[in-house]
Design a protein around this ligand. Sequence first.
Ligand SMILES: [Cu+2]
Length: 176
Amino acid sequence: MHTTTATRPHPQTATHSLLHRRHALAALALLGAALVAPRLVRAATATPVEIWKDPSCGCCHDWMEHMQANGFSFTVHDTGNNGVRAQLGLPQKLGSCHTALVGGYLIEGHVPASDVRALLQQKPKALGLAVPGMPVGSPGMDGPVYGNRRDPYDVLLVAHGGGTRVFKSYRTQSAS
Ligand SMILES: [Cu+2]
C-alpha cells in the first residue's frame, strides 16, 4: 500500500508543475510581445516620406534621422532639390536644402516632425510647410555641433499660390 503511493507521482504535484510551466510560458510570451511590439508598431505605422536632396547634404541626413525617430520613413532621391521644388511650385525664396513630400504636402527644409504631424492631422488646404534657409536650432541643425545655439525661426504654411502665414513660431528660448 504505502510503497505504491510513494512510487507513483503525486497527481496534485504534477498538475501544479504543469500549471506553473504554463504560467511561465505565458509570462515569457507577454514579455516577448512587450519587447517586440513597439518596434513592430513603429514599422507598421511609419508615415512614408519622399525626399529630394543633395547626396552630400549632412544636415538633410540629420533631419531625416529626427523624422525617423518620430515615426516617418523615407524614400530618398539624391538628385538635389531645386528641380523638384520648382516643379511643385514652391517659391525659391522659401527654399532650403531638401524638399519632401508626405501625405500630398510639400515639406521644405528643417520642419520639426511635430509640425508635420500637426499638418497631417489638420489637413489644411495648402501646398505645405517650409522653413526657409537653414536656421540653427531647427531639427537637424541643432545640437553640440552648433554650440546648442537656437536661432528664432518660423514654420510657414505655404498656400498653393505661394503666399505664407506662420504655422508655428519658434521664437522663444523655451520653444519646443
Ligand atoms: Cu539643411
